[in-house]
Design a protein around this ligand. Structure first.
Ligand code: IDP
Length: 139
């Protein structure tokens, strides 16, 4: 199944480094419409739940600590082919390998503090959007 929505977070490093405005600008200029958005901070418990799929990976504890370390911006975005096009806009997980002009190449410092999250499938986009937003918070 394909849908036209994806889910993103501007991660604590990018928020702390003052990149919220520039990243939202890149997202909007990339043709994405904001359907829902909030400025919030994940508790350790909530971050652990969000990333439960990575529980067995060596960096899970580090990831949970990092994602709960400061405020984030969470958003649902709409565009044709949203999941794939957004992954292209943000670039590779490791910013050292991210293509020129991508959000991670421009604003991320390391593989763990990599500025933004983007859903990796339509199924996960729905699960992740539902994790943060109630029906009456989407427009
Ligand atoms: P993705 O965010 O590009 O989909 P995933 O492999 O799903 O990448 O990993 C989820 C998140 O876990 C990454 O965005 C990054 O923040 C973190 N991560 C991935 N690999 C490492 C690692 O080797 N060390 C520390 N953190 C990592």
């Amino acid at each position: 199944m394909t849908t036209n929505r994806t889910f993103t977070m501007i991660k604590p490093d990018a928020v702390a480094n003052g990149h919220i405005g520039a990243i939202l600008n890149d997202i909007i200029n990339g043709g994405f419409k904001i359907i829902a958005m909030k400025y919030t901070q994940l508790s350790k418990e909530k971050a652990g739940e969000f990333y439960a799929v990575h529980k067995e990976r060596g960096f899970y504890g580090e990831l949970v600590d990092f994602m709960s370390s400061g405020p984030i911006v969470a958003a649902i975005l709409e565009k044709d082919n949203a999941v794939e096009d957004f992954r292209k806009l943000i670039g590779a997980t490791n910013p050292a390998e991210a293509a020129e002009g991508t959000i991670r190449q421009k604003y991320a410092k390391s593989i763990d503090a990599n500025a933004v999250h983007g859903s990796d499938s339509d199924e996960n986009a729905k699960i992740e959007g539902d994790f943060f937003f109630a029906a009456d918070e989407r427009f």
